[in-house]
Design a protein around this ligand. Structure first.
Ligand code: SF4
Ligand code: SF4
Length: 186
């Protein structure tokens, strides 16, 4: 597909079926009402909205679906899934797209969104809950700006809004959950 002034889109007609096999959701049920996008808390930061993502998946527009940063700004908050009049679990679809991108090792420029996602999951796996200070510190360190949020961090710690040390909660149960999820994938 080529539109004047735009680069050609790669089309994969099997994309919607792949999504259905991975998460059981039928993206063709989407009729573009935009209720998902209008309730999405991170939509203002995304290159394309969850509604547009659904359209790309319907049309098999693989680059648009996978290379834009939409999926990496998704918080899995489920607001879109709860609002969809067609009962599509859009958050689940987003997860399926994230998995495809990683399995196929598709190169995506997501700024730090992908790194953030990976660190977030790693902390959750080993600590059983979020450790904001560790997450921000590692994110800044791995993205080459170790002192970026230092002044803000000190201010927040002084006001008691940020904990210096992590709270670890049932880490072994969480690790078991992660390993069970990995086994289910095999
Ligand atoms: S689950 Fe993701 S896409 Fe859906 S509303 Fe929440 S942040 Fe937006
Ligand atoms: S809310 Fe459902 S039907 Fe409406 S645009 Fe989003 S996915 Fe499509």
């Amino acid at each position: 597909m080529k539109i004047a002034g735009q680069k050609e889109s790669k089309i994969d007609p099997t994309l919607a079926e792949e999504i259905r096999q991975r998460c059981g959701e039928n993206v063709f049920l989407c009729y573009q009402c935009k209720k998902c996008a209008s309730g999405c808390p991170t939509r203002p930061f995304m290159e394309s909205t969850p509604t547009e993502l659904m359209r790309y998946l319907q049309l098999g527009m693989i680059d648009e679906a996978m290379k834009k940063d939409t999926i990496w700004y998704c918080l899995s908050c489920q607001t879109c899934s709860a609002r969809c009049p067609q009962n599509i679990d859009i958050a689940h679809v987003v997860d399926a797209v994230k998995i495809i991108v990683q399995e196929k090792n598709i190169k995506v420029d997501t700024g730090n969104a992908k790194l953030f996602n990976r660190l977030w999951m790693t902390l959750l796996k080993y600590m059983g809950r979020m450790y904001e200070m560790g997450l921000t510190g590692m994110l800044n360190l791995f993205s080459g700006k170790p002192f970026k949020d230092l002044p803000l961090g000190i201010k927040l710690i002084k006001k008691g809004k940020l904990k210096l040390l992590p709270t670890i909660k049932r880490p072994f149960e969480m690790m078991k959950m992660f390993s069970r999820a990995r086994d289910l994938k095999k």
